[in-house]
Design a protein around this ligand. Structure first.
Ligand code: UT7
Length: 331
């Protein structure tokens, strides 16, 4: 038998209907359309307005979309990994609820928190489980209701983030397709520059933390930008070099959608033409854990069996990395 590789065999996604445009944000904070588009590339984002629904709703909808498209029996799923920074609750894991709701009753499930690199790290874990032969169907979901942790009076964050979810199914492949290589990194220096300060064990919630708005995401955008630009490009360049890839044989860059300028810095370093760079930031903003699978779902029809794809992310923590994967099917 050939070596087992871990291939993505199906994708699905969900974004809520409500749209938050740049013009709407102009009425909420001191900002303007021109600034937002030129500095980030974002035109609008989706917001889950229903206060009775959390991140699990987004994740369930994305997973259900995948299950329906692929027509799989959810009982065959072995493991559900949910990458998120906005779980329904701190305890119990949102993934467990999601797995039960989608009918994956034979699976175990857990949440993975690595900010904007959560889905990428989840891809790594899923691939290791598949390659080892231990499991046959691993569902990785990236979902975030960022609107639940964003301060809509803070113009440095509220213009960036949106809500959404995406999912990818990993299964064994015997033709050498799927996961090829990874470079994953982290650096705790990032904890100062991008965080939610309160609500954890270090600073539990009090009236004071609520009054000081310490339960919202804050970031030193300039610092995050600086680290993101160099680190995401570095790992993408490294993974190309050590796999003898060039701009000629890389078909697609699937990069975290935090800022169009950060993605451009990476694609420029890879010397990749714009047509090979998958982008949807203009429609969704930064959906944190969901950006990679949302890209896969939006551009699924363009991806062809055997295509060489470079994934790249940078996020809070800091966490970052790159994965080289060969696409395994034509849709
Ligand atoms: O998902 C992973 C984590 N996040 C990221 O990767 C985000 C990384 N950072 C960024 O994408 C960018 O740093 C931002 C989009 C957040 C900001 O863009 P920037 O080009 O770094 O702007 P800046 O923070 O240097 O601010 C430039 C100016 C400042 O005014 P002064 O000091 O030059 O007068 C800001 O006060 O723009 C001002 N500004 C705004 N103006 C209009 C900051 N936010 C806004 C805003 N609208 N929303």
């Amino acid at each position: 038998m050939n070596k087992i590789t871990a291939a993505i065999t199906a994708v699905g996604a969900y974004v809520p209907d409500d749209i938050l445009t740049n013009k709407m944000l102009e009425k909420m904070v001191d900002t303007n359309e021109e600034w937002i588009v030129s500095r980030t590339g974002i035109k609008e984002r989706r917001i889950l307005k229903d206060p009775s629904k959390g991140t699990s709703y987004l994740a369930i909808m994305a997973a259900q979309n995948l299950i329906d498209k692929k027509n799989i029996d959810p009982k065959e799923i072995d493991l559900v990994i949910l990458a998120t920074v906005s779980p329904d609750m701190p305890v119990a894991a949102t993934a467990v609820h999601v797995a039960t709701e989608i009918g994956a009753t034979n699976a175990f499930a857990y949440d993975l928190q690595a900010a904007c690199s959560g889905f990428l790290y989840g891809m790594s874990t899923a691939s290791a489980y598949i390659e080892s032969g231990r499991y046959k169907k691993v569902l990785v979901i990236g979902a975030d209701k960022m609107s639940s942790i964003i301060d809509y009076t803070d113009r440095t964050t509220c213009i960036i983030f949106g809500d959404g979810a995406g999912a990818a199914l990993f299964e064994p492949n015997y033709e050498g397709l799927g996961f090829q290589d990874e470079i994953l990194r982290s650096d705790g220096i990032g904890r100062k520059s991008l965080r939610i300060e309160a609500g954890g064990s270090l600073l539990p919630p009090t009236e004071d933390t609520v009054a000081k708005k310490l339960h919202y995401v804050t970031q030193d955008g300039k610092t995050v930008f600086k680290y993101a630009v160099s680190n995401m490009a570095d790992v993408s360049e490294q993974i190309m070099k050590r796999n003898n890839l060039t701009n000629k044989n890389v078909n697609w860059l699937v990069a975290h959608q935090a800022n169009q300028r950060i993605v451009s810095a990476t694609s420029n370093r890879m010397k990749l033409e714009d047509e090979k760079v998958l982008m949807n930031i203009e429609r969704y903003g930064n959906t944190t854990s969901a950006t990679l699978p949302l890209l896969l779902n939006d551009f699924e029809s363009k991806l062809k069996k055997g295509d060489n794809i470079i994934f790249a992310t940078f996020g809070g923590g800091f966490t970052w990395g790159s994965i080289y994967l060969k696409w395994a099917y034509n849709s």
